[in-house]
Write a new protein. Structure first.
Lengths: 382, 202
């Protein structure tokens, strides 16, 4: 089969690989029909995630058709069209049985601090991902769901990570009616978080980024008020002015480890890999939320320490909430919202790239060229 | 809507009342499809954070164990190799040795992560060098995807608006290409040295 393969920082290519095989009785092998590149893949692509091995296939957002099932699989059959959450999880451990699917204890021997994620380094379990023609899906009776007939394939792909993560990020903010919510980052996750904040009754939603074309999308797609932080000396002060000098009730960090806006943080975090990531957006979140407010962090950071302004969080009495998203828990409600027309996830898709051209896709998405917001990976034949 | 108009010039004094009144729920509902459909915080899918007894589809108490085809590296904070794990890219070569050594330290130790990061760099060079002995040598030009620059409007995308990442993007070609340039110069110097020695002998 053809598969994207990591060759070292900023370098990937498409290679011929063996089709994955069933390695556990509850495995399925899925033939991928549509995949995507996520902002999280950029952290791998830039070599920031420890134990990212040459030869690994990335990709944790994908949908496809069941090609083969293991002996104990009951809920899926060959030929089913399925959507697969980015979390690999067992469904039965202490964490899974309480709904903490992203924190499963049975799928990642390499680390206890993180669960399993498809195509996301050995630190997340060493699973090859879905930017390939086929992928091994463990616990086929737990993670995947059949794609409902009424659902578009592209909406289904966005339901495997970006949309549920944004929606989850808004929930972590514990938004109550009338709250002022600030979202840092107008990427797919931030756009969905902003949109979701309204569903939860926000009175005002402000989105911050430095990419004008993404802020434009935040206005049109997420109905948000927007500011370009590159146009202000100090975005924190600006946000204070915009919120009666009190600060926002809720701030969501949908940027993560590659945050811009501070050269030193960028160089130490993303170029030299001396930090778990650049904590610029997280620090702005801590400083621009009001005292007693909530900071929700869905932006991803590496396992090494990061230079976070923790003292301010203590002194302000903040609630910090964060996690990887337990995707499947969000599905029933999100399916309803899509059916009711409140959400149209595929509205943010800007590019559809054949697997064979994925190296160019990564470069474009990473360098934010051509007004790219969300690139999907389509099979090369189509 | 650009937000600038909403900004108040003179701040409200620091008093107990709610701040600048926002749009009414009616206006919001009219302007934003679905506004408030998840208004009740207790009726959101991730509330409460932990939901004992949630249905997951698992029909086992503890999953069957996947066979280990090599001694799987594992965190020393785990009691055993988890019943299911990924089998991508087993550790090999010098990077593999560093990685196995790194797993002697817990996730709480910087040594664990710094060794893994070092192994990643070594791993990339092991493969670059090995690829030169194959029919598909690493090609930093095609593999970095930079050929998409003209088609994807590299210049227009970066300049003309305020972008905060342009100030460090110039470092990327150095981080990626620098070692290749150095390796290339080294190879040229080595070939020259050999040629000189051969020439000296005749
Ligand atoms: N928790 C989870 O389960 C989960 C799931 C998916 C993605 N993520 C993480 O969410 C983050 C966003 O993902 P994405 O796909 O939207 O990525 P993305 O790269 O498309 O978006 C990030 C955006 O942040 C902007 N940005 C950079 N610095 C900023 C700053 N200081 N302030 C405000 N904006 C800034 C960028 O211009 C970009 O538009 C990533 O870190 C990703 O790893 C987490
Ligand atoms: Zn992701
Ligand atoms: Zn589990």
């Amino acid at each position: 089969m053809r598969a994207m393969v990591y060759r070292g920082p900023y370098k990937i290519r498409v290679e011929e690989k063996d089709i994955p095989r069933i390695e556990h009785p509850n495995d399925a092998i899925v033939r991928v029909t549509t995949g995507a590149i996520c902002g999280s893949d950029l952290h791998l692509y830039h070599g920031m995630m420890p134990d990212t091995r040459v030869g690994m296939t990335f990709g944790h957002e994908f949908v496809g058709v069941v090609h083969e099932v293991g002996l104990s699989v009951q809920n899926l059959a060959v030929g089913d069209r399925v959507m697969v959450p980015f979390n690999v999880y067992c469904g039965s451990c202490w964490f899974c049985s309480r709904g903490l699917f992203s924190n499963c204890h049975n799928v990642n021997p390499n680390a206890t601090a993180v669960g399993g994620i498809y195509g996301y380094s050995h630190t997340c379990g060493g699973y090859d991902g879905g930017q390939a023609e086929f992928v091994r899906v463990p616990f086929a009776d737990v993670g995947p769901s059949k794609i409902p007939d009424w659902m578009d394939e592209e909406d289904a792909v966005l339901l495997t990570d970006a949309l549920p993560t944004g929606y989850f990020g808004a929930q972590l903010g514990d938004i109550v009616e009338g709250d002022t919510v600030v979202v840092f980052g107008a990427g797919p996750v931030g756009l969905f978080a902003a949109k979701s904040a309204w569903l939860m009754g926000a009175g005002r939603v402000i989105v911050i980024d430095h990419l004008e074309y993404r802020l434009e999308k935040a206005r049109s797609f997420a109905h948000a008020e927007t500011y370009n932080f590159a146009e202000y000396d100090d975005i924190v002060v600006h946000l204070k002015k915009a919120t009666d000098y009190l600060g926002a009730d809720v701030v969501i960090d949908a940027v993560g480890a590659e945050a811009d806006g501070n050269f030193l943080q960028q160089v130490t975090g993303t170029k030299m890999k001396l930090q778990g990531g650049s904590a610029v957006a997280l620090n702005w979140a801590i400083d621009s939320v009001r005292k007693g407010g909530t900071v929700s962090v869905v932006g991803a950071y590496g396992p090494i320490f990061s230079a976070v302004k923790f003292g301010d969080a203590v002194n302000k009495g903040l609630t910090l909430r964060m996690n990887q998203c337990p995707v499947k828990r969000q599905w029933p409600r999100l399916f309803e919202h899509i059916r009711n027309g409140y959400l149209k996830p595929s509205d943010i898709v800007t590019h559809r790239i054949p697997l064979e051209h994925i190296a160019e896709g990564y470069h474009m998405f990473s360098a934010k060229l051509d007004d790219c917001i969300k690139p999907l990976i389509v099979s090369s034949a189509s | 809507m650009k937000g600038k108009a909403i900004m108040t010039e003179a701040p409200t004094p620091y008093i107990a009342e709610k701040r600048t009144p926002m749009e009414s729920p009616e206006t919001l509902r009219a302007r934003i499809p679905g506004w408030g459909v998840d208004l009740d915080p207790a009726d959101r899918p991730s509330f409460p954070r932990e939901q004992p007894g949630i249905q997951t589809g698992a029909h086992w108490d503890f999953p069957e164990r996947q066979p280990e085809s090599w001694p799987r590296e594992k965190s020393i904070e785990h009691a055993f190799v988890t019943p299911v794990f990924g089998t991508s890219t087993p550790p090999a070569g010098v990077s593999g040795a560093i990685r196995k050594y790194a797993y002697k330290y817990s996730e709480g130790r910087a040594a664990h992560w710094l060794l893994l990061i070092a192994a990643d760099r070594v791993n990339a060079w092991e493969h670059h060098l090995r690829s030169f002995a194959t029919l598909s040598p690493d090609n930093p030009v095609t593999e970095t995807g930079v050929l998409s620059e003209p088609a994807r409007h590299g210049l227009r995308s970066r300049f003309g608006s305020k972008r905060a990442d342009v100030n460090h993007q110039w470092i990327d070609p150095i981080v990626v290409g620098g070692p290749w340039v150095l390796a290339g110069l080294g190879a040229v110097a080595a070939v020259r040295a050999v040629a000189r020695r051969v020439a000296g002998r005749t």
